[in-house]
Ligand binder design. Structure first.
Ligand SMILES: NC(=O)C1=CN([C@@H]2O[C@H](COP(=O)(O)OP(=O)(O)OC[C@H]3O[C@@H](n4cnc5c(N)ncnc54)[C@H](O)[C@@H]3O)[C@@H](O)[C@H]2O)[C@@H](O)CC1
Ligand SMILES: [K+]
Length: 503
């Protein structure tokens, strides 16, 4: 599913109007019908409703919703804010229709606004501004937003909470943005919905289908997309009847140190549960018995060092290398890692401490083997790129890094982003907060490593791996609950996740 910047949404709108063809006012009618259904499905006719409409088409939507809800018997009060005496044509048309309805208490505000009483029983519908917002709200509009936010009423936002920009909100005025309980967004999600710091504004979000032109969506380029199960399913290669383990690659995992054998165990198990043919784990001597006992399926190659990774190993026989989980950051490991990366031909998944070491040796970032993937969580990314003010800036910096280092990046978070060197971002919809637990990232490394070893191209390995990891987390959450689940449960659920996307 594509995610468009606000500028493209207007064009898409116009494309639909021209090519369907449909009159602009009828497209608004279609949007309002979908919005009315979504709202009336959740709130019954007993609910007192107060609608705030702005001067553009977002306000037009709100006025059309007011008419449709009034026809269904809701008691409504409508405030249309028109400080400049200038409404968009479709907003004007809907204003005239609402004005005529006796059952609607309609107020057009040009200067003085006496705020209505809002109780916890009230439902506020926010149609002040949508995708046409071009600067942070200020003055009278900001005052209205603050009044709504300070009220105890439930708030539903039409398309996007008023005051929130569709993409960047780094320099927005946070007090002047509607804090919605629910956002009903038209057709496609906005990029801003995917950022953690915007949840307080967006609340729960739901997409409403308004049948924007499929051709238009197809033809309009965008850098942002949401992964969907159909795409993942189409990427997975079926196994041939006469396949043998040699067909599924030999992966090398360099992980673990004294006290951190668990990270290598988790990554190794996840790798084996993701279809790899063979797995060798390179680990310090002290972890040998742990690995041999807990993962009999893996081959263990011990480092000459007792407690940490200190001596690079030959990678010629491997199709992919995973490096980082539980590695530690001492000087010997640092030197070994840099040398290892310099002489490696196979694509590498770089995670955890390996990323932290690279943060101190940024020059090495530009010499990573072709097809490599970095899997930072936000803090690890910031160690590589410098401090970021918010998720949008972090995403932009990750794009710059992916471009400069010619690598793919999986930026982990609620909607993990898979970023290509060309600047495309694919957001992952699977996963849940139960996965915010130690070892969850090691599992992801193992899954992606297995896919690279099996010969999946880098972008596909990152997409499939991230999706499956989240899906396994969702299966684990159903079984164990968000609070009780641990990283090992995600591994236990990997086989079910694989079946869900491949059978
Ligand atoms: N995307 C679509 O296909 C459809 C969009 N529709 C609605 O149309 C909306 C977009 O409508 P518009 O483009 O008219 O935009 P808006 O309704 O968001 O408002 C734009 C108006 O607000 C003014 N404005 C922008 N920023 C301001 C600020 N900070 N302070 C004061 N005034 C400001 C602009 O000058 C313009 O007059 C969508 O969000 C959606 O609700 C629907 O009607 C149907 C179809
Ligand atoms: K809105």
């Amino acid at each position: 599913m594509k995610i468009f910047p606000s500028s493209s949404i207007k064009k898409l709108d116009a494309y639909t109007i021209e090519n369907e063809p449909i009159a602009s006012i009828d497209l608004m009618e279609r949007a309002a019908t979908a919005l009315t259904k979504a709202i009336t499905d959740r709130w019954n006719t007993e609910t007192p409703v107060t609608i705030f409409a702005g001067p553009g088409n977002n306000g037009g939507d709100a006025l059309a919703v007011a008419r449709m809800m009034a026809e269904k018997g809701y008691k409504l009060e409508v405030y249309l804010f028109n400080p400049k005496g200038e409404l968009s044509p479709d907003c004007q048309t809907n204003k005239e229709l609402v004005e005529m309805m006796e059952e609607v208490a309609f107020h057009e505000i040009s200067t003085q606004f006496v705020p209505p009483v809002l109780t916890p029983d009230h439902l506020v519908i926010d149609g002040l501004f949508g995708s046409g917002l071009n600067k942070p709200l200020s003055g009278g509009f900001a005052a209205v937003v603050k009044y709504i936010n300070s009220s105890p009423a439930m708030v539903v936002a039409i398309d996007i909470p008023s005051g929130l920009m569709g993409e960047e909100n780094t320099f927005n005025v946070k007090t002047n943005i509607i804090r919605a309980d629910v956002t009903f967004s038209l057709q496609l999600p906005k990029l801003a919905f995917l950022f953690a710091e915007n949840t307080e504004f967006v609340g729960e979000w739901e997409l409403l289908d308004i049948q924007l032109s499929e051709d238009g969506i197809e033809e309009t380029e965008t850098n942002y997309e949401m992964l969907e199960i159909e795409e993942i399913r189409s990427l997975i290669k079926p196994r041939k009847q006469f396949a043998h383990k040699g067909n599924f690659g030999h992966a090398l995992l360099i992980a673990g140190s004294k006290g951190m054998a668990g990270a290598s165990v988790l990554a190794a198990r996840a790798c084996l549960r993701s279809g790899v043919g063979l797995l060798t784990v390179h680990a310090p001597m002290c972890n040998n018995d742990i690995l041999q006992t807990s993962i009999p399926e893996a081959i263990v190659e011990t480092d000459a060092n007792e407690t940490c990774f200190a001596v690079p190993t030959d990678t010629d026989d491997y199709q992919a290398v995973g490096i980082g989980p539980g590695l530690g950051r001492n000087e010997e490991t640092e030197a070994a890692l840099l040398e290892q990366l310099e002489h490696c031909q196979a694509p590498v998944v770089v995670d955890a401490d390996a990323l932290n070491i690279l943060a101190n040796h940024r020059h090495a970032l530009t010499h990573l083997p072709k097809g490599s993937i970095l899997t930072p969580h936000p803090k690890e990314l910031e160690r590589l790129t410098g401090k970021c003010q918010d998720s949008y800036e972090r995403l932009m910096k990750a794009c710059e890094l992916a471009h400069a280092a010619h690598v793919h990046i999986v930026l982990k978070g609620a909607y993990s982003a898979i970023i290509t060197p060309e600047g495309k971002c694919f957001f992952n919809p699977t996963g849940n907060p139960g996965m915010a637990t130690g070892g969850s990232g090691d599992v992801l490394t193992g899954v992606i490593l297995a896919l690279l070893a099996q010969g999946y191209p880098t972008e596909e390995a990152a997409k499939i791996g991230t999706y499956i990891h989240g899906l396994a987390g969702d299966v684990a959450q159903k079984k164990q609950g968000m609070i009780g689940m641990i990283a090992s449960d995600i591994i236990t659920c990997l086989p079910t996740a694989w079946r869900l996307v491949s059978e």
